[in-house]
Write a protein that binds this ligand. Sequence first.
Ligand code: ATP
Ligand code: MG
Length: 213
Amino acid sequence: MNAITIALSKGRIFEETLPLLAAAGVVPSENPEQSRKLIIGTNRPDVRVVIVRASDVPTYVQYGAADLGIAGKDVLLEHGGTGLYQPLDLKIAKCRLCVAAPVGFDYAAAVRRGARLRIATKYIQTAREHFAAKGVHVDLIKLYGSMELAPLAGLADAIVDLVSSGGTLKANNLVEVEEIMQISSRLVVNQASLKIKHDLLQPVIDSFAGAVQ
Ligand code: ATP
Ligand code: MG
């Protein structure tokens, strides 16, 4: 048990995690964008990286298949965080979770008159809590991707989705009508691993913490 496994997703999280790993003296031996390997070694014989879907990171860490992982707050809220220690906001992969609607749809007026809104999203839990707290009646429709299409195709009045530049919304004639929360990625740690592999994990967590500043 003197090795650690880190769960990461491909793309922006992997890229933005590289400097943090470097601060902990860890350099992955391959780039998952190029390689099809799902288990990637590093310069350290006692550290390996597993490449999983972003929304699967908390699950790998929860069950101890990975000791550490990096996941967006969006993903962690939907997962619930059971069994996960969340010591650090890494301040990477920053974006915001928003309500967006077609240009011309008066969202504020619909809310004021108590209309029942159809909302398409991948973030059912977070959306449910948001609209419940505001007292807005919604029918939530679960989607797995391309949320922007839903209002255009007549599936929903509005969507709840992540936005960074707003370019995708704009390209699809949508506008942000409400910000739900700011999102960044967090370090998650398996609680049992933290006890059993403390000597190996704590220095990595400390290096990440130092690199975030
Ligand atoms: P897939 O694209 O395979 O369906 P995904 O959408 O969950 O998976 P990514 O798009 O790589 O995966 O997003 C991973 C995480 O990065 C998200 O959970 C979120 O925290 C963050 N993220 C998503 N979109 C943006 C964005 N536009 N800008 C910054 N961070 C983002
Ligand atoms: Mg994506």
